[in-house]
Design a protein around this ligand. Structure first.
Ligand code: X5A
Ligand code: ZN
Length: 656
């Protein structure tokens, strides 16, 4: 469906005309640096380029007062002295004769992007704009922002496209207080912002940037603030905030559109933010948002003042919008104490308003005795990062290696139907220990799987689907794990659904993490051998993915992921699609899905498309998790939290 890139070079015109150390970082080069890098990477060429138009005064009037619009219009004819005097009436604002034109283009770019996505011309997109928008208010410019681009786009999506639920994710390092003020009492717009706060000692120094500002009136619970009280927040902190705070609420909200106030001053190197998240983190944030709203994500540039970091982060965002898998995250995935405290206080403030946070959480017993404790394995940085043995850009994104030739899949043209098989003798050698692999059909399926797996380990193929007769599922998975570990994977995550047992002689050496989703009971037999029931309802399934599967997976940092839908897996197609879409964030998207041969073509088709980067279908308004599901999840979190640090949230949310 494609990705739009909205831009106009006139937006480089506005610039600082006098000396002002606060404003000088918001420079024209921000746009040119980002655009040049997109070109260099061949990303611009893959997008649908749209030339930004000016927003009309009527459109600006969706959120701004007519008097304020007139005031900005009149700056066009002012001289330098007058501009400087007027600028002084606002906080961190420097007008230029071109400000009105640029700011109308910036707002117009957002409108064009939303129109392109909501008419189905594209799936998603980015508007590269300046001036930014999220600090600007009904009748005030603020913090380099003149018109509130994202707020205008949201109001337009409601008014012109009839949307009822819009999620605004503000990952800029500053609080978008302008957006908060404009939609404070509006339950149709869920506004999430994280921001450098330092207990109120950071700009814009507002009490209402704290976690206890949750909206007013009808809008109670639709403002979500996550204040960072220390600088240096990194990849683990940002991903934890998404998994444990934003995404549970977002799924419950079930947005029809996601708007991103995409400021990159929250990235490493930025002088304003002083944070540590690497550009790759924005690929993960983007990918995590793409599972919402059927993938309708519109990102609009806000801040970002370190040109190199900005350009890289913009590339990561666009690359992910285009459907490329996110590169693995570097660094140890352990959220810091201060981040956990912030996430916890935001969860506590929101809990009265959101069912997904109202888990009847009981503190579970301490870690099971006898489980091997593999110190260091969880926290060691990925050895894959030190020795990039797997090619970063495979020529084939997704390959389908199914045995039944009559399975007719509706697949996008770039998904390859794999014909090849591993050599006969080699396949037989791998099959030999397993009785269930003696049959010809099982052997043929194994040959295809081994060929696909080798393609993935060699870096020619990024992800794939293979099938096996149900009777041979466990043995085939066993071979796939061994083959993966002996042919280049350093750490292998296996998510096994249904009746599949962990291969009994698989070493407990920290190189594989086995997660079985099925059965009656939750059990952590060791930190690398986890079993949990399959939740019956969508709400429980979501908490299982966000609260257990992904935190384990992000902590483990695998370089290969196997997802096996085994006998009796009982997973609905849309749940399988969501699981696959979210696991694609791990291992650089190196995900192999193993299905039973008699799975429906629909299931194979949807998994292939999701692994290839298409958005999973939205789940709709979700039910709550059942008490049993919550108990299982809480029990496992209690068992595993000491080892897998991404499971931590500051504390559990107590229910009164
Ligand atoms: C859009 C944005 C920051 C203003 C900082 C003023 N504004 N000190 O990042
Ligand atoms: Zn900012």
């Amino acid at each position: 469906m494609g990705t739009a890139l909205v831009y106009h070079e006139d937006m480089t015109a506005t610039r600082l005309l006098w000396d002002d150390p606060e404003c000088e970082i918001e420079r024209p080069e921000r746009l040119t640096a980002a655009l040049d890098r997109l070109r260099q990477r061949g990303l611009e060429q893959r997008c649908l380029l749209l030339s930004a138009r000016e927003a009309s005064e009527e459109e600006l009037g969706l959120v701004h007062s007519p008097e304020y619009v007139s005031l900005v219009r009149e700056t066009q004819v002012l001289g330098k002295e007058e501009l400087q005097a007027l600028s002084g009436q606002f906080d961190a604002i420097c007008f230029h004769p071109s400000t009105f034109h640029c700011a109308r283009l910036a707002a117009g770019a957002g409108l064009q992007l939303v129109d392109a996505v909501l008419t189905g011309a594209v799936q998603n997109g980015l508007a590269l704009v300046r001036p930014p928008g999220h600090h600007s208010q009904r009748a005030a410019a603020n913090g380099f922002c003149v018109f509130n681009n994202v707020a205008i786009a949201a109001a337009h999506a409601k008014q012109k496209h009839g949307l009822h639920r819009i999620l605004v994710v503000d990952w800029d390092v500053h609080h978008g207080q302008g957006i908060q003020y404009l939609f404070e009492d509006d339950p149709s717009i869920l506004y999430f912002s994280w921001h450098r706060y330092e207990h109120g000692r950071f700009w814009p120094f507002l009490r209402e940037s704290d976690a206890d500002a949750v909206g007013r009136g009808q809008g109670l619970g639709f403002t979500v603030n996550l204040p960072w009280n220390q600088v240096g927040m990194g990849n683990a902190d940002y991903v934890a905030a998404f998994l444990h705070l934003l995404l549970p609420l977002a799924f419950e909200f079930d947005p029809e559109l996601v708007l991103v106030s995409a400021g990159f001053d929250s990235a490493i190197g930025d002088p304003e933010g002083q944070m540590q998240a690497t550009p790759e983190c924005f690929a993960h944030l983007t990918q995590l948002l793409q599972v919402l709203a059927g993938g309708r994500v519109c990102a609009m540039l806000e801040g970002g003042y370190h040109l190199e970091s900005l350009a890289e982060s913009v590339c990561m965002t666009v690359q992910t919008l285009l459907g490329d898998p996110a590169p693995p995250l570097s660094g140890s995935m352990v959220p810091c104490q201060s981040a956990l405290e912030s996430i916890q206080s935001a969860r506590a403030a929101q809990a009265p308003h959101w069912k997904s946070l109202q888990l009847q959480e009981e503190r579970p017993p301490p870690l099971l005795p006898g489980g091997p404790v593999c110190k260091g394995a969880a926290s060691a940085p990925s050895s894959l990062l030190d020795q990039p043995c797997l090619c970063p850009a495979p020529s084939v994104r997704t390959a389908v290696a199914l045995t039944a030739p009559d399975i007719t899949l509706v697949l996008p043209p770039d998904v390859i139907q794999q014909e090849g098989s591993a050599l006969r003798e080699e396949t037989e050698a791998w099959a030999r220990p397993h009785e269930s692999l003696a049959r010809e059909e099982a052997l043929a399926a194994l040959g295809k799987l081994l060929y696909l797996l080798d393609g993935m380990l060699d870096g020619q193929v990024n992800s794939g689907i293979a099938a096996t007769p149900a009777s041979a599922a466990a043995a085939t998975l066993d071979v796939a794990i061994r083959r993966g570990l002996s042919h280049g994977a350093q750490r292998l995550l296996c998510v096994a659904l249904g009746q599949l047992d962990r291969p009994p002689d698989l070493a407990h050496d920290g190189r594989s993490l086995w997660l079985n989703i099925r059965g009656k009971e939750a059990a952590a037999l060791s930190m690398f051998h986890v079993s949990t029931p399959l939740p019956a309802m969508t709400g429980g399934f979501l908490s299982c993915i966000l609260g257990l599967v992904l935190p384990l997976a992000y902590s483990f940092q695998p370089d290969l992921v196997l997802v096996a839908l085994g006998p009796g897996h009982g997973l609905q197609g849309r749940h399988a699609a969501l699981l696959a879409a979210m696991l694609r964030g791990l291992a650089g998207g190196r995900v192999l899905a193993l299905l039973e041969e008699d799975s429906t073509p629909q299931l194979a088709g949807i998994l292939a498309r999701v692994l290839n980067g298409e958005a999973p279908p939205s789940l709709g308004a979700s039910s709550v998790a059942s008490p049993e599901d919550v108990r299982a999840l809480m029990y496992l979190r209690g068992q595993l939290e000491p080892q897998w640090k991404m499971l931590q949230v500051g504390a559990f949310t107590p229910q009164k």
